[in-house]
Design a protein. Structure first.
Length: 212
C-alpha cells in the first residue's frame, strides 16, 4: 500500500496517517521528520538541509525529493504514506518522476474533507506538549491537569500556527497551492474522499473500509 494523504491543516491527516501506518505496518513519511532525521544522522543531504534551515530559508524541493528517493529507494517492499508532501502541483509532478526512477508509484490518494470553520475551531482549541509533543484538544481530548501533559508533565502550549489569524492564512495557502493537487491526481490515481468532520474513530473506520 503506497499512497499520498491530503487535507487542510487541522483536517486530522497526521493522526489518521499514524493510525493506518501502525495498523498496516507502513512507513509514515512526514517531510519534516525526514529533514530532522537527516540532520541528526549528519548525512550529506542532512548537512545541506541544516544550513538552509539555520538560515531561516525553505528547504528546496530538490533536496526534499532527494531525501524521499533515498528513504524509499532501499529496495524493501514496505508500503508507505506520504504526509505533508507534495504541497503543490509542481512537487506532485516531480514526485511521480522520482518514484518512477526507483520503480515505485502512488497507488491512490486519500483526501480528508473538513469545513474551514471547523478547522479554525479545532486548531484554536489544540494544545501541544512543549517536551514530548503530545497533542490535546481542550474540548474533545483535554489533559487531566489543566496546562500539563498527561504523559510527561510538560507544559502545554498554544502554537502560533494554531491561532485563528494564522490558521486562516494557512487555509488560504492550502486552497491556493495544495488543493489543486487533487485535480492533478484526478484520472491518474484512484482518489478516496473521507468526511473528516466525523469523530476520529469514525473517520478511521471509514478509511479502513476504503483502503483496508
Amino acid at each position: 500500500m503506497r499512497f499520498v494523504i491530503l487535507g487542510a491543516p487541522g483536517s486530522g491527516k497526521g493522526t489518521q496517517a499514524a493510525r493506518i501506518a501502525e495498523k498496516h505496518s507502513l512507513r509514515h513519511i512526514s517531510t519534516g521528520d525526514l529533514l530532522r532525521a537527516a540532520v541528526t544522522e549528519g548525512s550529506e543531504l542532512g548537512k545541506q538541509a541544516e544550513g538552509i534551515m539555520a538560515a531561516g530559508k525553505l528547504v528546496p524541493d530538490e533536496l526534499v525529493l532527494g531525501l524521499i528517493k533515498q528513504t524509499l529507494g532501499g529496495g524493501d517492499s514496505q508500503g508507505w504514506i506520504l504526509d505533508g508532501f507534495p504541497r503543490n502541483t509542481a512537487q506532485a509532478e516531480a514526485l511521480d518522476g522520482v518514484l518512477a526512477e526507483i520503480g515505485q508509484a502512488v497507488e491512490f490518494v486519500l483526501v480528508l474533507d473538513v469545513n474551514p470553520d471547523m478547522i479554525v475551531e479545532r486548531l484554536a482549541n489544540r494544545r501541544s506538549c512543549g517536551d514530548c509533543k503530545a497533542v490535546y484538544h481542550l474540548i474533545n481530548k483535554p489533559p487531566k491537569t489543566e496546562g500539563k501533559c498527561d504523559k510527561c508533565g510538560g507544559e502545554l502550549i498554544h502554537r502560533k500556527d494554531d491561532k485563528p489569524d494564522t490558521i486562516k492564512d494557512r487555509l488560504d495557502v492550502y486552497d491556493q497551492q495544495t488543493r489543486p493537487i487533487i485535480d492533478f491526481y484526478e484520472g491518474r490515481y484512484p482518489i478516496h474522499r473521507v468526511d473528516g468532520t466525523q469523530p476520529i474513530d469514525e473517520v478511521a473506520a471509514e478509511i479502513e473500509r476504503l483502503v483496508g
